[in-house]
Ligand binder design. Structure first.
Ligand code: DX5
Ligand code: ZN
Length: 214
Protein backbone atom coordinates (compact mmCIF):
# COMPACT_ATOMS: atom_id res chain seq x y z
CA UNK A 1 0.00 0.00 0.00
CA UNK A 2 1.23 3.50 -0.84
CA UNK A 3 0.81 6.69 1.13
CA UNK A 4 -2.78 7.44 2.11
CA UNK A 5 -4.58 10.02 -0.05
CA UNK A 6 -6.20 12.97 1.70
CA UNK A 7 -9.39 14.55 0.39
CA UNK A 8 -10.24 17.71 2.39
CA UNK A 9 -13.98 18.42 2.53
CA UNK A 10 -15.06 21.84 1.32
CA UNK A 11 -17.90 21.71 3.86
CA UNK A 12 -15.42 23.12 6.39
CA UNK A 13 -13.76 25.61 4.00
CA UNK A 14 -14.30 29.37 3.75
CA UNK A 15 -17.11 29.61 1.17
CA UNK A 16 -16.54 33.35 0.79
CA UNK A 17 -13.18 32.54 -0.75
CA UNK A 18 -13.44 29.13 -2.39
CA UNK A 19 -11.07 29.98 -5.25
CA UNK A 20 -8.34 30.76 -2.74
CA UNK A 21 -9.18 27.64 -0.74
CA UNK A 22 -8.69 25.51 -3.88
CA UNK A 23 -5.28 27.08 -4.48
CA UNK A 24 -4.33 26.52 -0.86
CA UNK A 25 -5.41 22.87 -0.92
CA UNK A 26 -3.13 22.31 -3.88
CA UNK A 27 -0.20 24.05 -2.15
CA UNK A 28 -0.84 22.16 1.08
CA UNK A 29 -0.44 18.83 -0.67
CA UNK A 30 -4.02 17.55 -0.68
CA UNK A 31 -4.71 14.78 -3.20
CA UNK A 32 -8.37 15.47 -4.00
CA UNK A 33 -11.09 17.95 -3.09
CA UNK A 34 -14.10 16.36 -1.39
CA UNK A 35 -17.38 17.96 -2.46
CA UNK A 36 -20.39 17.12 -0.27
CA UNK A 37 -23.65 17.45 -2.17
CA UNK A 38 -26.59 17.25 0.26
CA UNK A 39 -30.24 17.70 -0.70
CA UNK A 40 -31.91 18.10 2.70
CA UNK A 41 -33.79 14.83 2.13
CA UNK A 42 -31.21 12.08 2.26
CA UNK A 43 -29.35 13.95 5.02
CA UNK A 44 -30.31 16.93 7.18
CA UNK A 45 -28.46 19.77 5.47
CA UNK A 46 -28.55 21.55 2.12
CA UNK A 47 -25.24 22.37 0.46
CA UNK A 48 -24.71 22.82 -3.27
CA UNK A 49 -25.27 21.11 -6.62
CA UNK A 50 -23.98 20.80 -10.18
CA UNK A 51 -23.32 24.51 -10.86
CA UNK A 52 -20.92 24.58 -7.93
CA UNK A 53 -19.10 21.49 -9.22
CA UNK A 54 -18.66 23.16 -12.65
CA UNK A 55 -17.36 26.33 -11.01
CA UNK A 56 -14.91 24.40 -8.83
CA UNK A 57 -13.78 22.41 -11.86
CA UNK A 58 -12.75 25.58 -13.69
CA UNK A 59 -10.35 26.48 -10.91
CA UNK A 60 -9.23 23.24 -9.27
CA UNK A 61 -5.87 21.65 -10.08
CA UNK A 62 -6.93 18.68 -7.93
CA UNK A 63 -9.49 16.00 -8.82
CA UNK A 64 -13.02 16.65 -7.55
CA UNK A 65 -14.10 13.84 -5.23
CA UNK A 66 -17.88 14.17 -5.33
CA UNK A 67 -20.04 12.65 -2.60
CA UNK A 68 -23.75 12.63 -3.42
CA UNK A 69 -26.00 12.55 -0.38
CA UNK A 70 -29.19 12.90 -2.40
CA UNK A 71 -32.26 10.76 -3.00
CA UNK A 72 -32.53 9.15 -6.42
CA UNK A 73 -29.12 10.20 -7.74
CA UNK A 74 -30.28 8.78 -11.11
CA UNK A 75 -32.20 12.05 -11.61
CA UNK A 76 -29.05 14.15 -11.69
CA UNK A 77 -26.18 11.81 -12.45
CA UNK A 78 -25.72 12.99 -16.07
CA UNK A 79 -25.38 16.57 -14.86
CA UNK A 80 -22.87 15.71 -12.15
CA UNK A 81 -20.85 13.82 -14.74
CA UNK A 82 -20.81 16.68 -17.24
CA UNK A 83 -20.09 19.22 -14.47
CA UNK A 84 -16.60 17.73 -14.23
CA UNK A 85 -16.65 15.30 -11.28
CA UNK A 86 -13.57 13.06 -11.21
CA UNK A 87 -14.98 10.51 -8.77
CA UNK A 88 -18.63 10.12 -7.74
CA UNK A 89 -19.96 8.15 -4.79
CA UNK A 90 -23.61 7.81 -3.84
CA UNK A 91 -25.59 5.87 -1.24
CA UNK A 92 -27.15 2.78 -2.88
CA UNK A 93 -30.17 2.74 -0.54
CA UNK A 94 -31.09 6.20 -1.88
CA UNK A 95 -31.28 4.91 -5.45
CA UNK A 96 -33.86 2.87 -7.36
CA UNK A 97 -31.32 2.10 -10.09
CA UNK A 98 -27.90 1.86 -8.44
CA UNK A 99 -26.45 -0.39 -11.16
CA UNK A 100 -27.51 2.01 -13.89
CA UNK A 101 -25.98 4.94 -12.02
CA UNK A 102 -22.67 3.13 -11.59
CA UNK A 103 -22.64 2.15 -15.24
CA UNK A 104 -23.22 5.75 -16.34
CA UNK A 105 -20.45 7.07 -14.12
CA UNK A 106 -17.92 4.55 -15.36
CA UNK A 107 -18.92 4.85 -19.01
CA UNK A 108 -17.52 8.37 -18.88
CA UNK A 109 -14.21 7.25 -17.37
CA UNK A 110 -15.10 8.62 -13.95
CA UNK A 111 -14.39 6.58 -10.83
CA UNK A 112 -17.54 5.21 -9.23
CA UNK A 113 -18.04 4.55 -5.54
CA UNK A 114 -20.75 3.44 -3.19
CA UNK A 115 -21.06 5.17 0.16
CA UNK A 116 -22.03 3.15 3.21
CA UNK A 117 -23.58 4.88 6.22
CA UNK A 118 -22.35 3.75 9.65
CA UNK A 119 -25.37 1.45 10.03
CA UNK A 120 -25.15 -0.08 6.54
CA UNK A 121 -23.17 -3.33 6.59
CA UNK A 122 -20.19 -3.85 4.30
CA UNK A 123 -21.90 -6.85 2.69
CA UNK A 124 -24.19 -4.37 0.88
CA UNK A 125 -21.15 -3.63 -1.30
CA UNK A 126 -20.94 -7.24 -2.45
CA UNK A 127 -23.38 -7.00 -5.35
CA UNK A 128 -21.53 -3.95 -6.70
CA UNK A 129 -17.98 -5.29 -6.61
CA UNK A 130 -17.73 -5.69 -10.37
CA UNK A 131 -18.96 -2.13 -10.96
CA UNK A 132 -17.12 0.11 -8.50
CA UNK A 133 -13.69 1.71 -8.09
CA UNK A 134 -14.05 2.53 -4.39
CA UNK A 135 -16.07 2.08 -1.22
CA UNK A 136 -16.71 5.25 0.80
CA UNK A 137 -17.15 4.23 4.42
CA UNK A 138 -18.96 6.84 6.48
CA UNK A 139 -17.41 7.43 9.90
CA UNK A 140 -20.37 9.61 10.92
CA UNK A 141 -24.01 9.96 9.84
CA UNK A 142 -23.99 12.34 6.88
CA UNK A 143 -25.02 15.97 7.14
CA UNK A 144 -22.36 17.99 8.86
CA UNK A 145 -18.61 18.37 9.25
CA UNK A 146 -16.94 18.27 12.64
CA UNK A 147 -18.78 15.25 14.08
CA UNK A 148 -17.11 12.61 16.22
CA UNK A 149 -15.95 9.38 14.54
CA UNK A 150 -18.11 6.34 15.38
CA UNK A 151 -15.48 3.83 16.59
CA UNK A 152 -17.45 0.75 15.43
CA UNK A 153 -16.72 1.82 11.84
CA UNK A 154 -13.03 0.99 12.30
CA UNK A 155 -13.69 -2.75 11.78
CA UNK A 156 -15.49 -2.00 8.52
CA UNK A 157 -12.11 -1.11 7.00
CA UNK A 158 -10.93 -4.70 7.55
CA UNK A 159 -14.28 -6.10 6.38
CA UNK A 160 -14.12 -4.02 3.19
CA UNK A 161 -10.55 -5.07 2.49
CA UNK A 162 -11.52 -8.71 2.93
CA UNK A 163 -14.52 -8.39 0.66
CA UNK A 164 -12.52 -6.60 -2.04
CA UNK A 165 -9.77 -9.26 -1.92
CA UNK A 166 -7.55 -8.82 -4.99
CA UNK A 167 -9.92 -6.55 -6.93
CA UNK A 168 -8.74 -3.07 -7.92
CA UNK A 169 -11.00 -1.18 -5.49
CA UNK A 170 -9.85 1.34 -2.89
CA UNK A 171 -11.35 2.15 0.48
CA UNK A 172 -11.96 5.76 1.53
CA UNK A 173 -13.27 6.83 4.94
CA UNK A 174 -15.36 9.97 5.41
CA UNK A 175 -16.28 11.67 8.67
CA UNK A 176 -14.59 12.29 11.98
CA UNK A 177 -11.06 11.59 10.74
CA UNK A 178 -8.35 13.12 12.96
CA UNK A 179 -4.55 13.02 13.03
CA UNK A 180 -4.93 10.60 15.97
CA UNK A 181 -7.49 8.05 14.72
CA UNK A 182 -6.03 7.96 11.19
CA UNK A 183 -3.01 6.06 12.59
CA UNK A 184 -5.19 3.00 13.28
CA UNK A 185 -7.05 3.44 9.97
CA UNK A 186 -3.76 3.33 8.07
CA UNK A 187 -2.69 0.21 9.98
CA UNK A 188 -5.84 -1.45 8.71
CA UNK A 189 -4.93 -0.55 5.15
CA UNK A 190 -7.15 2.48 4.47
CA UNK A 191 -6.31 3.99 1.07
CA UNK A 192 -7.91 7.45 1.27
CA UNK A 193 -9.45 9.67 3.95
CA UNK A 194 -11.74 12.69 3.82
CA UNK A 195 -10.78 15.35 6.34
CA UNK A 196 -12.87 18.46 6.87
CA UNK A 197 -12.30 19.81 10.33
CA UNK A 198 -8.94 18.07 10.73
CA UNK A 199 -7.61 20.30 7.94
CA UNK A 200 -9.61 23.51 7.90
CA UNK A 201 -9.88 23.98 11.68
CA UNK A 202 -6.17 23.29 12.19
CA UNK A 203 -3.91 26.21 13.10
CA UNK A 204 -1.53 24.99 10.38
CA UNK A 205 -3.56 23.14 7.70
CA UNK A 206 -0.49 22.29 5.61
CA UNK A 207 1.11 20.63 8.64
CA UNK A 208 -2.18 18.86 9.36
CA UNK A 209 -2.16 17.32 5.86
CA UNK A 210 1.45 16.23 6.32
CA UNK A 211 0.54 14.69 9.70
CA UNK A 212 -2.52 12.91 8.24
CA UNK A 213 -0.38 11.41 5.49
CA UNK A 214 2.65 10.53 7.65
C1 DX5 B 1 -20.62 14.46 6.22
C2 DX5 B 1 -19.73 14.66 5.02
C3 DX5 B 1 -18.28 14.64 5.34
C4 DX5 B 1 -17.83 15.71 6.31
C5 DX5 B 1 -16.44 15.43 6.79
O1 DX5 B 1 -21.92 14.64 5.81
O2 DX5 B 1 -19.97 13.64 4.08
O3 DX5 B 1 -17.53 14.71 4.14
O4 DX5 B 1 -17.88 16.98 5.79
O5 DX5 B 1 -16.07 16.40 7.73
P1 DX5 B 1 -15.19 16.07 9.01
O6 DX5 B 1 -13.88 15.55 8.51
O7 DX5 B 1 -15.08 17.37 9.71
O8 DX5 B 1 -15.94 15.03 9.79
ZN1 ZN C 1 -18.51 13.41 2.33
Amino acid sequence: MGIIKISPSLLSADWMDLGKELERLHEWGADMVHCDVIDGLFAPNITFGMPMISALKRKSKLPLDVHLMIVEPERYIDKFISAGSDTIAFHPEASKKPHEVLEKIRSKGIKAGIALNPDVPVRVAEEFLGEIDYILLMGVFPGFGGQKFIPEVMDKIDESKQLIASRDIYVELDGGVTTENIVEMKKRGLDAAVAGNAVFAASDPAAAIVALKA
